[in-house]
Design a protein around this ligand. Structure first.
Ligand SMILES: [Fe+2]
Ligand SMILES: [Fe+2]
Length: 210
Protein backbone atom coordinates (compact mmCIF):
# COMPACT_ATOMS: atom_id res chain seq x y z
CA UNK A 1 0.00 0.00 0.00
CA UNK A 2 1.36 3.38 -1.00
CA UNK A 3 1.93 5.91 1.71
CA UNK A 4 0.19 9.26 1.58
CA UNK A 5 3.40 11.08 0.80
CA UNK A 6 4.43 8.40 -1.71
CA UNK A 7 1.19 8.57 -3.75
CA UNK A 8 1.31 12.36 -3.68
CA UNK A 9 4.75 12.29 -5.28
CA UNK A 10 3.83 9.72 -7.97
CA UNK A 11 0.64 11.61 -8.96
CA UNK A 12 2.64 14.73 -9.60
CA UNK A 13 5.29 12.92 -11.62
CA UNK A 14 2.67 11.73 -14.15
CA UNK A 15 0.81 15.03 -14.42
CA UNK A 16 3.15 16.46 -17.03
CA UNK A 17 3.85 19.61 -15.11
CA UNK A 18 6.56 21.79 -16.64
CA UNK A 19 7.90 22.80 -13.25
CA UNK A 20 11.14 21.30 -11.98
CA UNK A 21 11.10 18.22 -9.82
CA UNK A 22 12.24 20.10 -6.74
CA UNK A 23 9.29 22.49 -6.92
CA UNK A 24 6.94 19.52 -7.38
CA UNK A 25 7.97 18.05 -4.11
CA UNK A 26 5.88 18.90 -1.09
CA UNK A 27 7.71 20.18 1.93
CA UNK A 28 6.34 17.09 3.67
CA UNK A 29 7.36 14.62 0.98
CA UNK A 30 10.29 12.40 1.92
CA UNK A 31 10.91 11.29 -1.68
CA UNK A 32 11.97 7.90 -3.00
CA UNK A 33 14.45 5.89 -1.05
CA UNK A 34 13.75 7.76 2.16
CA UNK A 35 12.43 4.63 3.88
CA UNK A 36 15.84 3.19 4.77
CA UNK A 37 17.04 6.62 5.94
CA UNK A 38 14.01 7.06 8.21
CA UNK A 39 14.42 3.50 9.49
CA UNK A 40 18.10 4.14 10.18
CA UNK A 41 17.25 7.41 11.95
CA UNK A 42 14.62 5.69 14.08
CA UNK A 43 17.06 2.86 14.78
CA UNK A 44 19.69 5.41 15.78
CA UNK A 45 17.21 7.19 18.03
CA UNK A 46 16.28 3.87 19.65
CA UNK A 47 19.94 3.05 20.24
CA UNK A 48 20.51 6.56 21.61
CA UNK A 49 17.52 6.23 23.90
CA UNK A 50 18.68 2.81 25.12
CA UNK A 51 22.23 4.12 25.68
CA UNK A 52 20.95 7.13 27.59
CA UNK A 53 18.61 4.92 29.61
CA UNK A 54 21.53 2.61 30.39
CA UNK A 55 23.74 5.54 31.37
CA UNK A 56 21.05 6.91 33.69
CA UNK A 57 20.54 3.46 35.22
CA UNK A 58 24.28 3.14 35.78
CA UNK A 59 24.64 6.64 37.27
CA UNK A 60 21.67 6.31 39.58
CA UNK A 61 22.45 2.66 40.34
CA UNK A 62 25.80 3.84 41.69
CA UNK A 63 24.04 6.37 43.90
CA UNK A 64 21.47 3.83 45.07
CA UNK A 65 24.29 1.75 46.52
CA UNK A 66 25.27 4.70 48.75
CA UNK A 67 22.31 4.14 51.07
CA UNK A 68 19.39 6.17 52.39
CA UNK A 69 18.09 9.41 50.87
CA UNK A 70 20.10 11.57 53.30
CA UNK A 71 23.31 9.65 52.55
CA UNK A 72 22.75 10.07 48.80
CA UNK A 73 22.21 13.82 49.23
CA UNK A 74 25.26 14.13 51.50
CA UNK A 75 27.41 12.31 48.91
CA UNK A 76 26.13 14.79 46.30
CA UNK A 77 27.13 17.70 48.57
CA UNK A 78 30.64 16.26 48.80
CA UNK A 79 30.76 15.81 45.03
CA UNK A 80 29.74 19.45 44.42
CA UNK A 81 32.24 20.78 46.98
CA UNK A 82 35.01 18.72 45.34
CA UNK A 83 34.18 20.34 41.97
CA UNK A 84 34.37 23.77 43.65
CA UNK A 85 37.85 22.89 44.96
CA UNK A 86 39.00 21.96 41.45
CA UNK A 87 37.61 25.28 40.17
CA UNK A 88 39.45 27.18 42.89
CA UNK A 89 42.72 25.45 41.93
CA UNK A 90 42.62 26.93 38.39
CA UNK A 91 44.15 30.17 37.16
CA UNK A 92 43.01 32.77 34.64
CA UNK A 93 44.76 31.02 31.72
CA UNK A 94 42.69 27.83 32.19
CA UNK A 95 39.50 29.18 30.68
CA UNK A 96 38.45 25.89 29.04
CA UNK A 97 39.01 23.86 32.20
CA UNK A 98 37.01 26.41 34.18
CA UNK A 99 34.14 26.18 31.70
CA UNK A 100 34.10 22.37 31.85
CA UNK A 101 34.18 22.31 35.65
CA UNK A 102 31.49 24.97 35.86
CA UNK A 103 29.22 22.96 33.52
CA UNK A 104 29.81 19.87 35.65
CA UNK A 105 29.00 21.83 38.80
CA UNK A 106 25.80 23.25 37.30
CA UNK A 107 24.61 19.77 36.32
CA UNK A 108 25.42 18.34 39.76
CA UNK A 109 23.67 21.20 41.58
CA UNK A 110 20.68 21.09 39.26
CA UNK A 111 20.13 17.36 39.77
CA UNK A 112 20.60 17.72 43.52
CA UNK A 113 18.26 20.71 43.88
CA UNK A 114 15.61 18.93 41.84
CA UNK A 115 15.52 15.96 44.24
CA UNK A 116 15.32 18.25 47.25
CA UNK A 117 12.72 20.58 45.80
CA UNK A 118 10.53 17.81 44.36
CA UNK A 119 10.84 15.28 47.18
CA UNK A 120 12.57 16.31 50.41
CA UNK A 121 11.25 19.85 50.94
CA UNK A 122 7.61 18.91 50.14
CA UNK A 123 7.95 15.96 52.56
CA UNK A 124 9.36 18.34 55.18
CA UNK A 125 6.36 20.66 54.75
CA UNK A 126 4.05 17.68 55.09
CA UNK A 127 5.87 16.91 58.33
CA UNK A 128 5.14 20.42 59.69
CA UNK A 129 8.59 21.79 58.97
CA UNK A 130 7.69 24.37 56.35
CA UNK A 131 10.01 26.97 57.92
CA UNK A 132 13.16 24.93 57.20
CA UNK A 133 11.87 23.85 53.78
CA UNK A 134 11.13 27.46 52.78
CA UNK A 135 14.48 28.70 54.12
CA UNK A 136 16.43 26.03 52.24
CA UNK A 137 14.45 26.49 49.03
CA UNK A 138 15.09 30.24 49.28
CA UNK A 139 18.82 29.53 49.45
CA UNK A 140 18.53 27.42 46.31
CA UNK A 141 17.36 30.64 44.64
CA UNK A 142 20.63 32.35 45.67
CA UNK A 143 22.59 29.35 44.37
CA UNK A 144 20.91 29.92 40.98
CA UNK A 145 21.79 33.61 41.26
CA UNK A 146 25.49 32.71 41.62
CA UNK A 147 25.21 30.48 38.54
CA UNK A 148 23.63 33.36 36.63
CA UNK A 149 26.34 35.79 37.74
CA UNK A 150 29.18 33.41 36.88
CA UNK A 151 27.65 32.79 33.46
CA UNK A 152 27.44 36.53 32.87
CA UNK A 153 30.99 37.36 33.98
CA UNK A 154 32.85 34.68 31.95
CA UNK A 155 35.63 32.40 33.18
CA UNK A 156 38.47 34.83 32.43
CA UNK A 157 37.05 37.64 34.59
CA UNK A 158 39.59 38.89 37.18
CA UNK A 159 37.13 38.34 40.05
CA UNK A 160 36.02 34.85 38.90
CA UNK A 161 37.86 33.02 41.71
CA UNK A 162 36.51 35.42 44.32
CA UNK A 163 32.95 34.81 43.08
CA UNK A 164 33.48 31.02 43.07
CA UNK A 165 34.85 31.24 46.63
CA UNK A 166 31.74 33.12 47.83
CA UNK A 167 29.54 30.63 45.98
CA UNK A 168 31.28 27.67 47.60
CA UNK A 169 30.80 29.24 51.04
CA UNK A 170 27.04 29.51 50.51
CA UNK A 171 26.77 25.90 49.25
CA UNK A 172 28.92 24.59 52.13
CA UNK A 173 26.81 26.40 54.76
CA UNK A 174 23.59 25.27 53.11
CA UNK A 175 24.82 21.66 52.97
CA UNK A 176 25.96 21.86 56.59
CA UNK A 177 22.50 22.95 57.76
CA UNK A 178 20.87 20.11 55.84
CA UNK A 179 23.32 17.44 56.99
CA UNK A 180 23.69 18.47 60.63
CA UNK A 181 20.27 19.85 61.47
CA UNK A 182 17.38 19.40 59.04
CA UNK A 183 17.94 15.88 57.69
CA UNK A 184 18.73 14.21 61.07
CA UNK A 185 15.72 15.90 62.74
CA UNK A 186 13.48 14.76 59.94
CA UNK A 187 14.85 11.22 59.80
CA UNK A 188 14.82 10.45 63.50
CA UNK A 189 11.01 10.15 63.71
CA UNK A 190 10.56 8.24 60.45
CA UNK A 191 9.44 4.65 60.27
CA UNK A 192 11.56 2.19 58.28
CA UNK A 193 8.88 2.25 55.56
CA UNK A 194 8.80 6.05 55.37
CA UNK A 195 12.58 6.15 55.14
CA UNK A 196 12.60 3.52 52.36
CA UNK A 197 9.82 5.34 50.50
CA UNK A 198 11.70 8.65 50.57
CA UNK A 199 14.89 6.90 49.41
CA UNK A 200 12.98 5.36 46.48
CA UNK A 201 11.57 8.77 45.53
CA UNK A 202 15.01 10.42 45.62
CA UNK A 203 16.43 7.59 43.51
CA UNK A 204 13.60 7.88 40.99
CA UNK A 205 14.04 11.64 40.71
CA UNK A 206 17.80 11.24 40.39
CA UNK A 207 17.32 8.70 37.60
CA UNK A 208 15.43 11.18 35.41
CA UNK A 209 17.85 14.00 36.15
CA UNK A 210 21.06 11.91 35.70
FE1 LIG B 1 19.46 22.08 49.44
FE1 LIG C 1 21.38 19.56 49.62
Amino acid sequence: MATRTGSRTSNRSTSGSSRGSSSNRSAFSWGEGAGPIIAAALGGAAIGFAANYGRKALMQGMEATIGDWDEILTAEHDEALAIFDKMLATDQTQSFKRKMLFMKLCHALDKHAHAEEMVIYPALREDDDAADADHLEGEHGYIKTFIYELNEMGTDAPNWLEKVREFRKLVAEHAHMEEEQVFPNFKKDMTVEENAHLTALVNRDGFWMA
